[in-house]
Design a protein around this ligand. Structure first.
Ligand SMILES: [Ca+2]
Ligand SMILES: [Ca+2]
Length: 348
């Protein structure tokens, strides 16, 4: 029975690993030329919370609603360039308005702009353990609970000013000691509250560590996926499911702004022609947050770097610069190209 459990766990772990990093995974960076292309595309990924820029490379903006492919023998390949997201986003695509299909199911990496770290996972484990100890001490006695809290204050004060050493956590533990020393302390209520804390922190910890590579993200910058070959005229939509690896009901944002939950544009697209291999590429940058920029009363940064991918084999229709009006000035420089697309739609 024990063996069976171990085998099942091992299979489960292998399954999770396979989902996050397919056995046939390959990288844009496998060749010297591919590495140079990767560096070109990655240089477009601006700092977190700033717009993807086209200033470094001669890129043509694309109309993101016209990502079409004329047909031929070349497979359509998608390469992960970078991500600047706390969310665990997913990348999907449709062909000719067909069913949505997964490309990358957990876009997170220890190498990316907002890298996942073991430290974040360890902090969650520590936080969970604190609440478990607190619960156990309360179940023993209020005296044991107070002793445990006093020991925690000493430990927190000894720590560097990291997340678990900050004054807020020390103050919180001291307040609990004060409350426990008061006559009206209701141990049953505190135990019930602490049990709830353990429960949701355990769920959170389990969910995080079930994600790719034990929670820190399994993707390497440059990882590729081959979508296969397509005959004749083919229209693509590329979409992200915001935080989809954690939340099956995450918002889906594609190139058609009208289909997005907030009615806003969430994708910017640029074209790049590789003169060495004579191949056309597009670079897509996605915004994963709902709504308007925070300067506009919303909660989004509109940095369009939350998922950045480069796609080979898709030919888009160039935006005619003369058709594009100036973006609303109050929106500043952020997401200018995204807003251009939106403005055009509104005036149409
Ligand atoms: Ca971002
Ligand atoms: Ca963003």
């Amino acid at each position: 029975m024990q063996l069976k459990n171990v085998t099942y766990s091992a299979l489960l772990a292998a399954g999770i690993g396979l989902l996050a990093a397919p056995a046939n995974a390959y990288s844009l960076r496998d060749t010297a030329h591919g590495e140079s292309l990767f560096q070109t595309f990655n240089s477009l990924v601006n700092s977190e919370r700033l717009q993807l820029t086209d200033s470094e490379v001669a890129l043509q903006e694309l109309d993101v609603e016209s990502l079409t492919w004329a047909g031929g023998v070349s497979p359509v390949e998608v390469f992960f360039i970078n991500e600047g997201a706390g969310h665990r986003n997913q990348l999907l695509y449709t062909v000719n308005d067909g069913e949505q299909q997964m490309i990358f199911d957990d876009i997170a990496s220890t190498e990316s702009g907002l890298a996942e770290t073991q430290e974040k996972i360890d902090a969650k484990r520590k936080e969970l353990n604190f609440y478990i100890e607190e619960k156990e001490a309360l179940e023993d006695s209020v005296t044991a609970y107070v002793e445990m809290l006093e020991a925690r204050v000493v430990a927190l004060e000894a720590m560097e000013s990291r997340s678990w050493g900050d004054n807020r956590n020390i103050d919180r533990a001291k307040a609990k000691i004060d409350a426990a020393n008061q006559a009206d302390f209701d141990a049953a209520q505190v135990l019930a509250d602490t049990t709830k804390q353990v429960s949701w922190r355990q769920s959170d910890f389990d969910r995080e560590t079930a994600l790719g590579n034990n929670g820190v993200g399994a993707m390497k910058l440059g990882d590729g996926a081959n979508l296969g070959t397509f005959d004749g005229y083919t229209a693509f939509d590329f979409l992200i499911k915001s935080n989809g690896a954690r939340n099956a009901n995450g918002n889906i944002y594609g190139v058609d702004a009208e289909q997005n939950a907030d009615g806003l544009q969430h994708v910017i697209a640029y074209e790049y022609f590789d003169e060495v291999k004579e191949e056309s590429w597009i670079v897509l940058g996605f915004e994963d947050l709902y709504g308007a920029h925070y300067d506009e009363g919303g909660h989004s940064d509109r940095d369009f770097n939350d998922v950045v991918v480069a796609i080979k084999g898709v030919v888009g229709t160039k935006v005619d610069a003369e058709e594009v009006p100036e973006p609303a000035s109050a929106l500043g420089l952020l997401a200018v190209s995204g807003l251009m697309g939106l403005s055009r739609r509104r005036t149409r």
